[in-house]
Ligand binder design. Sequence first.
Ligand code: NI
Length: 137
Amino acid sequence: MAGLVRFGISLEGDLSKQFDALIKRKGYSNRSEAVRDLIRQDLVGQQWQDGDEIAGAITFIYDHHKRQLLNKITDIQHDFQKVIISSQHIHLDHDNCLEIVAVKGRPVEVLKLANLLKTLKGVKHGTLGITSTGKGL
Ligand code: NI
């Protein structure tokens, strides 16, 4: 890793106030850490756009009583073994299951998997959290 580089940023008064309020609300210890996160966020977005290998988590909830749905979810996950690095099933309550699928791979494959799972009938809600493998950040 290269050494620390310092540079100044000029902001309009209003924007600066809003930024400080955001830092406080999010709990950053200082402006530098907040700026670093903003930059990394943009870099991660770039990695996705460039089709680089990325990491993420697909999280979804579904109706436990729909047995056919369980089979479909399992079938889909077996088809995406190269992308899935781990999955966890949590019995939320009597009726609902929560599943968290950790993924690593090309964005196009990860998106395909996330969309297949999220759009299954009986899946009530799903999200894809995207991050980076950490390489190059
Ligand atoms: Ni369950």
